[in-house]
Write a protein that binds this ligand. Structure first.
Ligand code: DX5
Ligand code: ZN
Length: 225
């Protein structure tokens, strides 16, 4: 089963509520919520207040991608704001196992995120505790960047490790996902696809903004896999 997770980073923030309900009504599965702090990454986006504000608008999972350092202090705030999944970068946490435990104590699913140059050995002792692994196919910080093909090899390696573990762990890809590469990414083992600019830019000239065409096009590619 494949899940499409629009990143609201590329949405029109003046109409954020509508941008979320419309994208879910258009057939997307999960809201990907990019949190940047102008410290761990060179950009500044949205925090728990915005998560809390959008929570009543949808029953879809809110997938919080923390690009912040430190991590632990902000985890309870996102849990209280209604996040379902909270993912973090291992380099940004002093104690990775503790951060995973903290996320789960707050009844959220826990994800670990790998930058293009982050080695997979961070999985060695925590794989059995993770609910999601997120492979970055761009360097984090901005939407609209080009997909880094090496991410496909990483996905294959992680898919193998997940299958060997026998656990139900989501394998998510984030960065530069488009209609023309989503099938290849799925073949490499991803089951959850973040797409920001591909989805939100495709609907920006329709009034109201609708995303049926682009979401269907992404699904049609996944149907071929
Ligand atoms: C980048 C973010 C991504 C971003 C993806 O740091 O984590 O979620 O929104 O945007 P696209 O799909 O445009 O590459
Ligand atoms: Zn993201």
């Amino acid at each position: 089963m494949y899940r499409i997770a629009p990143s609201i980073l590329s949405a029109n923030f003046a109409k954020l509520g509508e941008e979320i309900t419309n994208v879910i009504d258009s057939g997307a599965d999960i809201i990907h919520f990019d949190v940047m702090d102008n410290h761990y990454v060179p950009n500044l986006t949205i925090g728990p207040l915005v998560c809390e504000a959008i929570r009543p608008l949808t029953t879809a999972m809110i997938d919080v991608h923390l690009m912040v350092e430190p991590v632990d202090r902000i985890v309870p705030d996102f849990a209280k704001a209604g996040a379902n999944i909270i993912s973090f970068h291992p380099e940004a946490s002093g104690h990775i196992d503790r951060t995973i435990g903290l996320i789960k104590e707050h009844d959220c699913l826990a994800g670990l995120v790998f930058n293009p140059a982050t080695p997979l050995h961070y999985l060695d002792h925590v794989l059995d505790k993770l609910d999601l692994i997120l492979i970055m196919s761009v360097n984090p910080g901005f939407g609209g960047q080009k997909f880094i093909p090496e991410a496909l090899n990483k996905l294959k390696a992680v898919r193998k490790r997940i299958d060997e573990s026998g656990r139900n762990i989501m394998l998510e890809i984030d960065g530069g996902v488009k209609v023309d590469n989503i099938a290849e990414i799925a073949r490499a083992g991803a089951d959850t696809f973040v797409a920001g600019s591909a989805i939100y830019h495709a609907g920006k000239d329709s009034d109201p903004h609708r995303y049926d065409t682009i979401v269907s096009a992404l699904r049609a590619e996944l149907d071929k896999v």
